[in-house]
Design a binder for this molecule. Structure first.
Ligand code: D41
Length: 702
């Protein structure tokens, strides 16, 4: 609507001769730009291209340059600029910015303690109805207060000690998500309103900012919170303007000339209508049990959120109740922050080990002084590769910040430079494999170093065997790392084929191996001889060939011989197979040693039923991700049913995922699916789809 007005004004004079027309035009441009900013930064749903937006902005800039008297404080051109300040002036908060009580207890007791306390304060008994709360996220940023007079932003201040903060108006004005003028529709804006909330940085913005800082040789930030804090503390707002800050509103300070609603939830809704960003995860809930459910649901979502949170906040929803409850020593009795386990902690690097993986890749791993982070005790953190260690400048003896978020492997975020001991020792990648002594190779332009020992290297051999025996490969039950370790160390096994030459007596001679287990292992080996082509291909451990690729190859070629004889074109002709994968497959099968092992395995009796040509069915073209425990089917069974119906199963959710199949106790996969708005099915819905005629499902995804 606004756009139409803007681009169809050929008759409008744009020269200096008509100040009123210029004034009107400037006002139109200002509100259009404000509306676009709101759609882009608050709603995350822009309706114009960057070029169109820039054209509006430039036009306004020119107009204001020609008519400086037209410049208003709420003009979008006034977000940037201004001279650096010598220091931030102090601001007294007329309504103090209270702090918030924290519960770090388990999910249940934190919420119950709070609810019980509130009920006790109010003199309620068990027969009284549950209390309504507003549950919010606790954003990990910096608390600020924004003052709007007659709808126009006039001041931004930090919290400081709650009584006195710093005037950071110039910096606040650069935050695009914060409107310079409230949108009160046809109603008059509040005479004065102080809006409280958190300035933060989204994780992706933080990563991009750090990349930029690094490229410019500037200092990088440890985490989004520090990055947001550092950016707001700049005396030169031109620097702040280049930092991608965001904002969420969560409360009010002083208010005059505005009728307060009855509940906190309605306050937040009103702030949202004013054009402020208010997080959409907020929920009105009843009683402790629903607080617990909220805490739990957000815990699952936490890692998939685009920004960091350190907990959730519960607030009595009724403003009248809040009034009655009041506060003690700067903490309201009507609110509590219920924290999650910290995802970052300090610890020290005691040692840097090098591990050799199945493909020979050397991975440096920091051995840490044990530390409780993200809900578990962590003693190892991957350092990925040599370049990563250089980049972070991690040395043995350093104090570091470790981060463990969700199920991902713990990581070293940064070194605390001030705490480096004098004898801290830099890491060097060994020239020889620490396991087999073979030369270590790092190809030009590659980040990873490899042990050149291949299957001569006991570590690579052990990993290869472990992979071969794995549940999703040959599924040899009872053949775990302890046994493989001994088999390789005692030189009883060189290759996977040797496994099938071992007897019950051989196994019985191993440490911690009872007669019965030896017999079971023999039986498991025997059982594994009957397998499927895709499992066998996966078990071979060809670099880059995961389970899904193995299945694609089996389906496409139908026989091992056809796969082994395939050339580059035949391989890359499969839509899922790229150049790197094809090269890796070709190189694997051209190696005589590998061909010999395959022949020996077949001689040992490994076989599989012939595979029919690729299955097509009601799920053709659809990609599924499985999470949680299904009511009747095992995961493998669900997997097979999907593939048999022509579908594909992959390990992690992406934009390409058609459906997530979720059972009980789903992992973070479910949260991620919801964040990406991928439809979620239960077992019954899947079975229903499998029984559907083809066309119906195709429609479902279009
Ligand atoms: O997200 C937050 N960090 C957050 C902080 C929030 N969602 N709500 C909050 N509510 C309050 C009260 C209850 C005092 C209005 C807060 C904070 N305070 C707060 N932030 C920093 C100090 C206090």
């Amino acid at each position: 609507m606004i756009q139409g007005m803007l681009f169809s004004s050929p008759s409008e004079p744009s020269g200096a001769s008509a100040p009123t027309a210029a004034g009107e035009r400037a006002a139109t441009l200002r509100s259009a730009i404000a509306a676009h900013d709101h759609r882009y930064y608050v709603l995350d749903a822009p309706t114009v291209s960057d070029a169109e937006y820039d054209a509006l902005y430039r036009e306004l800039q020119q107009l204001e340059a020609q008519h400086p008297e037209l410049i208003t404080p709420d003009s979008p051109t006034q977000r940037v600029g201004g001279r650096p300040l010598p220091e931030f002036p102090a601001v007294r908060h007329t309504v103090p910015m209270l702090s918030i009580r924290t519960e770090t207890d388990t999910e249940a007791s934190g919420a119950r303690t709070f609810d019980a306390r509130v009920r006790r304060e109010l003199g309620l008994t068990e027969s009284d109805p549950p209390i309504a709360y507003l549950a919010e996220l606790k954003f990990d940023g910096l608390a600020v207060s924004l003052r709007y007079e007659a709808g126009v932003l006039v001041q931004g201040a930090t919290r400081g000690d709650g009584e006195t903060g710093e005037d950071i108006t110039q910096n606040i004005r650069t935050v695009r998500a914060i409107p310079l003028r409230l949108n009160s529709g046809d109603a008059p804006p509040p005479a004065m309103i102080e809006i409280r909330g958190e300035v933060y940085m989204r994780r992706a913005d933080f990563e991009r900012l750090n990349d930029r800082q690094r490229a410019a040789g500037e200092k990088t930030f440890v985490n989004p919170r520090n990055s947001a804090a550092g950016s707001l503390r700049q005396l030169d707002s031109n620097i702040t303007a280049k930092r991608p800050l965001s904002f969420f509103a969560y409360g009010l300070g002083e208010v005059t000339g505005w009728k307060l609603p009855e509940t906190h939830g309605e306050v937040l809704d009103a702030l949202e209508r004013f054009g402020l960003p208010v997080d959409k995860h907020r929920r009105r809930v009843l009683g402790a049990e629903e607080l617990i459910a909220f805490h739990q649901k957000i815990a699952e979502l936490r890692d998939a959120l685009p920004f960091d949170i350190d907990g959730v906040v519960y607030k009595a929803d009724s403003l009248a109740l809040q009034q009655r409850l009041g506060f003690v020593t700067r903490e309201p009795r009507w609110a509590v922050a219920h924290k999650y386990p910290a995802q970052e902690q300090f610890t020290t690097v005691q040692h840097i080990d090098v591990q050799v993986g199945r493909t020979g890749r050397l991975t440096p791993v920091a051995k840490l002084a044990p530390v409780f982070v993200g809900g578990v005790t962590v003693t190892n953190a991957t350092l990925h590769n040599e370049d990563e260690i250089r980049r972070k400048d991690v040395r043995i003896g350093d104090t570091v910040i470790v981060r463990r978020a969700g199920d991902v492997i713990p990581e070293i975020v940064a070194v605390v430079a001030e705490r480096r001991p004098e004898d801290a020792c830099a890491f060097e990648m060994p020239r020889q494999c620490p396991v087999c002594g073979s030369a270590v190779i790092r190809e030009e332009g590659e980040v990873d170093a490899y042990c050149s020992g291949e299957l001569f290297c006991p570590s690579q051999r052990k990993q290869a065997l472990l992979h071969f025996a794995g549940r999703r490969a040959m599924d040899i039950e009872g053949l775990g790392d302890k046994i493989i370790e001994q088999l390789v160390d005692k030189a009883m096994v060189q290759s996977a084929a040797d496994l099938y030459r071992l007897t019950q007596n051989d196994f019985a001679g191993l440490d911690r191996m009872a007669e019965k287990s030896a017999a079971n292992l023999c039986a498991a080996l025997e059982k594994s001889k009957t397998t499927t082509l895709d499992r066998f291909i996966f078990a071979l451990g060809v670099r880059h060939v995961g389970e899904a690729t193995a299945r694609d190859l089996a389906r496409h070629f139908g026989s091992l011989e056809a796969l082994m004889n395939a050339d580059h074109d035949a391989l890359t002709g499969i839509s899922e197979i790229g150049g790197v994968m094809a090269e890796s497959i070709l190189s694997f099968f051209s190696e005589p040693r590998n061909r010999n092992v395959i022949a020996a395995l077949r001689t040992a009796g490994i076989h599989w039923p012939e595979v029919a040509a690729a299955a097509t069915g009601p799920l053709t073209g659809l990609t599924f991700v499985l999470t949680g425990t299904l009511p009747t089917m095992s995961r493998d069974e669900a997997d097979r049913r999907i593939v048999d119906a022509g579908g594909k199963v992959t390990g992690s959710v992406s934009k390409k995922t058609s459906y997530v199949l979720a059972g009980d106790a789903p992992g973070s996969t479910l949260a991620k699916a919801q964040a990406l708005r991928i439809p979620v099915l239960d077992e019954a819905a899947l079975l229903h789809m499998i029984e559907q005629p083809v066309s119906k499902n195709a429609q479902a995804t279009s």
